[in-house]
Ligand binder design. Structure first.
Ligand code: PAF
Length: 326
């Protein structure tokens, strides 16, 4: 797999394409930095005034295996109306923030704007489709490992697949254009028309990694180093696969477990997003990951005890981090 940062955009017209990235968290900053380094002019839309000020003054700093790179002249704003209608608006906020971010970004989403979600968790595409009923919505995944070290300062801790597709077949051409832009920017991407399977496949990755890493305070790679932890990971993923199969998806448990293990290795030093949230005392995406599988499993009469336990432990960690006891 080609790793990010190796390519320069040579597509005529990409530079004038208005790509807005909503959310200057780890993944939003990573994608903005990679697109900017390839010569494009992505715009970050961020609601935190202090983050807008920090990145507006200092730009982005990208750490990767090749060193530390300053990415300057990066446009960031908290005012969607000032941007005007964009070509693509890519959502990278936390799943629990999607509805409010959609409202915040609405002023830069015109009739021709393509709305994109590459977020973790289940439900983001539905929220965006309901909020922007006439819009072409692309949904998908990215398995890059990225850690936010401070406002605008991101460590790229592992390459992973980026894949997405249109919710409606008429949106395929827009998906192809964005896919070309990503590939030309060194973000290896592909189109996948089976968006439901794509999102549940990534959900299995997050099911296997995020809660365990957050509970145990370990990097992704360490999940594979301890037999009991690796067993819990495998059982959690197997439960999620059973729920996916009960929904009609043709998932194979061994394949999904192998995929999670591959992501653990590819992002071994990464502090996953849920652990970053717990450490920072922030709310996590647990309700959209393990919590979502528990809800779906119960409604389909699939047993989900491992995911229920993982979700409860993450909720307890969140409460401890927030200083709450009840
Ligand atoms: O949530 C995350 O951190 C990422 O989705 C992944 C792929 C698990 C890498 O850490």
């Amino acid at each position: 797999m080609r790793c990010a940062g190796e390519a320069k955009s040579d597509r005529k017209g990409d530079e004038s394409m208005k790509i807005v990235i909503v959310g200057a968290g780890a993944m939003g900053c990573l994608f903005a930095a990679l697109l900017r380094r390839a010569g494009l002019e992505p715009l970050l839309l961020e609601k935190s005034p202090s983050t807008v000020a920090a990145i507006g003054c200092g730009g982005l700093v990208l750490e990767d295996l090749t060193g530390t790179h300053a990415v300057d002249r990066i446009a960031i704003t908290g005012d969607a109306a000032g941007i005007g209608p964009a070509d693509y608006v890519v959502f990278f906020v936390k799943a629990f923030d999607t509805a409010s971010a959609a409202g915040f970004a609405a002023a830069c989403i015109g009739p021709a704007t393509v709305v994109v979600t590459l977020q973790n968790g289940i439900g983001n595409a539905d929220v965006l489709s309901e909020r922007f009923p006439g819009s072409n919505v692309l949904a998908g995944i990215t398995a890059h490992g990225a850690t936010l070290l401070g406002p605008g300062h991101v460590r790229h801790a592992g390459c992973g697949e980026t894949a997405f597709g249109p919710l409606h077949p008429s949106g395929r051409r827009s998906a192809e254009v964005l896919c070309d832009v990503f590939n030309a920017s060194g973000i290896a991407a592909r189109i996948d028309d089976d968006v439901h399977a794509l999102l549940w496949g990534k959900l299995c990755v997050n099911i296997g990694i995020n809660a365990l890493a957050a509970i145990l305070d370990i990097s992704n790679g360490r999940i594979l180093e301890m037999d009991p932890v690796r067993d819990i990971m495998r059982n959690a993923v197997r439960e999620a696969v059973a729920v996916a199969v009960a929904q009609g998806l043709e998932f194979d448990a061994d394949e999904q477990v192998a995929r999670v293990e591959q992501v653990c290795r590819a992002t071994q030093s990464n502090i996953c997003s849920m652990l970053q949230d717990v450490r920072a005392g922030r709310m996590t995406e647990i309700e959209y990951i393990n919590g979502a599988v528990v809800r779906a499993g119960r409604s389909l009469h699939c047993p989900v005890p491992v995911n229920a336990m993982l979700a409860d432990l993450v909720r307890a960690r969140q409460m401890l981090a927030a200083g709450k006891s009840a």
